[in-house]
Design a binder for this molecule. Sequence first.
Ligand code: NAP
Length: 295
Amino acid sequence: MTRASALLVGFVTRTASGRARAQAILGPHGYPSLASLVRLRPRLYLLTVPDQALREVAEELGGLLGDVPQEEASPPFVAHTSGATSVTVLAPCEEAGAQTLVLHPLQTFPDPRMGADRFRGVAMAVTPGSDGPDSPAARFGFDLARTLGARPFFLPDDKRTLYHAAATLACNYFVTIEHEAERLFHQAGLPQDEALEMFLPLVKTTLENIFTQGTVRALTGPLSRGDLETVRAHLSALETEAPQTVPLYRALGLATLDILRLRGELDEKTISALAELLGASGPQRGKQPRPRRAT
Ligand SMILES: NC(=O)c1ccc[n+]([C@@H]2O[C@H](COP(=O)([O-])OP(=O)(O)OC[C@H]3O[C@@H](n4cnc5c(N)ncnc54)[C@H](OP(=O)(O)O)[C@@H]3O)[C@@H](O)[C@H]2O)c1
């Protein structure tokens, strides 16, 4: 929020350590309580607390806003930044006269100090509390997003959970897959402290391919070639050496069949055989694994 900090009236934290952390980034604008901040009548309250704390903070703020006379002509805005949480969690603030919205950046912030630069060019989902994309709250959200260098778009409240599940797949579960790969690479003999560095070029090139060619064209590897033998060999090796990874491999393989169908390069018989192989439970028997090929 450094870019917007010129507009910052103040921030409130629960703890002294949180205040010190926020102050290091936002400057000496800390307030001891929400009540002291509300008296300054800021234009926007941005609730950036964990999702499970939103209800409690919104109720406290709603109570305070109800006690302090607000400007009728331009009531304050109250926003949260949770991807999964409905805007209705801010209802106590709306009942106290505020205009509510959600501003969710489609970006990950593992460390708050990284935040400022990461808004540039980032898609930002805007969900106003009432009315549609033409409401004052939506327009305010779009303006604020653009001030931060982000690319705002309207997201209806009833699509937020699905949208957030998609974000979780794209970001969080991507990390999980790389973590599993790192563990298997190490198990296959790559040095633990170098494995990540060794397979990172593969990951980066894959991401570039997705970006330049799209998810359907970017797929390479045995499934894209309809190579049943190699998939059978993978399952056999995993069942022996990493059985806990088999369900993940099968689930991802089955999901990959959608890409194969969209590509239209393999016949339905091969795709059905892959589906049967990946969907089958229990150890893979029959053919012996053949030597591994490069991806
Ligand atoms: N991190 C991301 O990548 C990301 C991306 C998009 C959206 N978001 C959304 O942004 C919001 C904040 O996420 P975050 O990752 O910044 O959360 P966080 O680091 O877990 O928490 C932010 C701050 O909230 C305060 N807090 C914790 N528990 C609280 C409680 N029960 N009541 C009041 N304050 C509490 C803490 O400060 P004090 O203890 O000092 O008060 C903490 O530093 C969430 O809604 C999240 O969904 C996060």
